[in-house]
Design a protein. Structure first.
Length: 79
């Protein structure tokens, strides 16, 4: 039987699941994070008047970062 994306872990589409930076695993418990650096999206919409949109900036960055292939099958190595 041939292996497909669901079994091999290669099915990591950018539009599936919760949007995280680079499709990194989501961690909801901040006490379990062991990192020197973290990327945190903090929307700030008070810098503009009469125009909404800055609050969508962090999500747009997360969505754009999923267009690169991360992981064992990816072509992008951030290290």
């Amino acid at each position: 039987m041939s292996s497909h994306g669901y079994e091999s872990g290669r099915l990591n589409l950018p539009f599936v699941g919760i949007s995280t930076f680079g499709k990194s695993p989501l961690c909801l418990d901040w006490d379990k994070i062991d990192a020197d650096v973290a990327v945190v999206g903090a929307p700030f919409d008070f810098g503009t008047q009469w125009r909404a949109g800055a609050r969508f900036g962090p999500r747009s960055i997360r969505e754009a970062s999923t267009l690169f292939s991360f992981g064992h099958a990816g072509a992008y190595d951030h290290e």
